[in-house]
Design a protein around this ligand. Structure first.
Ligand SMILES: NC(=O)c1ccc[n+]([C@@H]2O[C@H](COP(=O)([O-])OP(=O)(O)OC[C@H]3O[C@@H](n4cnc5c(N)ncnc54)[C@H](OP(=O)(O)O)[C@@H]3O)[C@@H](O)[C@H]2O)c1
Length: 290
């Protein structure tokens, strides 16, 4: 199988490219804006037509929620229009398309966990741009997997966009970190998501899936746990309301309780805390993987 990964310089894209390669796939990496800008329609379509991958894993995206709130046009250009370009390209080459979407498509008002049949109702520009990207794929492709995932931790990608390195750098610099205590989700390890997607890509069980580690936590709980597992002072992490520290509105509860994913693919995801322990153990063993 030949795979093409966009956003391969990023946190998730790099992990996915490494996982597909480790599974024996020939893997083409679109590293980011320095390779091809996904908003450039002829270049993206020309590149995909030249490479003819069996599967495209489209991870490139603009994921700073507060920046997108201030710069809506750029957010929709990268996240929605860029995804439309990838969908057009996949449709032309007959490639399967795996699109990485987000829990931000939900409004967070549900009192229990979200599943694949809950209606999206995004409450910020980022969430809208991701949901509209999903809709472009549904309109243009047949062989697609839309993967909504949740808050990601891992060891790859740009240091400044990586929660683990941000915690290390800030605490070592003597700074405190404010993390929201009012935002619950199903935190997920990029390695577990990447390995699940290798299995997904081998099937033809197309559709929309919620994929995360099991369990739930607030941003505050995860941030503090990361600091403590790293042997740093957890008291440097303080709890705040997302409305006080963030510009874009955040959904309060996007805990996942998938109906379709494990039934379809037979994959039993680990609990987030076990996954985080593995991740930090890998960091202690190998250091930053950049
Ligand atoms: N991180 C999370 O918690 C999370 C949660 C749910 C869903 N997601 C989704 O997962 C995907 C990957 O996120 P991530 O956390 O890995 O993000 P990331 O670390 O910020 O990586 C984003 C990637 O997209 C590339 N990119 C950005 N704009 C581009 C453009 N115009 N043309 C080509 N490439 C471009 C970046 O390249 P450069 O090297 O040029 O920056 C980078 O490789 C995104 O679609 C995001 O919405 C993320």
């Amino acid at each position: 199988m030949k795979s093409l990964v966009s956003g391969a310089s990023g946190l998730l894209g790099r992990e996915i490219a490494d996982a597909f390669e480790a599974a024996g796939c020939q893997t083409v990496r679109l590293m980011g804006r320095n390779s091809i800008d996904i908003t450039n329609t002829p270049e993206i379509i020309g590149f995909v037509e030249k490479e003819k991958p069996d599967v495209i894993i489209h991870c490139a995206g603009f994921r700073d929620l507060d920046e997108i709130e201030k710069n809506e046009a750029q957010g929709f250009a990268v996240n929605t229009f860029g995804t439309k370009n990838m969908a057009l390209a996949a449709a032309r080459t007959g490639s399967k398309l795996i699109y990485i979407s987000s829990d931000a498509v939900y409004d967070g008002e549900k009192k229990t966990g979200y599943h694949e049949y809950d209606l999206p109702n995004p409450i910020n520009v980022y969430g809208k741009s991701k949901y509209m990207a999903e809709q472009e794929i549904r309109a243009l492709c047949q062989k697609y997997f839309i993967i909504r995932t949740a808050w990601l931790f891992g060891l790859k990608g740009h240091r400044e966009n990586n929660v683990i390195y941000t915690i290390i750098d800030k605490i070592n610099a003597g700074e405190t970190i404010q993390a929201s205590g009012d935002q619950l989700c199903s935190p997920s390890y990029t390695l577990d998501i990447a390995q699940a997607l290798v299995a997904v890509a081998a099937t033809e069980y197309y559709g929309t899936y919620l994929v995360s580690n099991k369990g739930s936590a607030s941003r505050y709980e995860v941030t503090r746990t990361i600091a403590e597992l790293l042997g740093l002072d957890g008291r440097k992490v303080t709890q705040a309301d997302s409305g006080k520290i963030r510009l874009a509105k955040r959904a309060k509860n996007t805990i996942f309780d998938s109906i379709a994913f494990s039934r379809t693919f037979g994959i039993d995801m680990a609990f987030w805390k076990d996954a985080l322990q593995r991740c930090i153990a890998a960091y202690k063993k190998t250091g930053a993987e950049n």
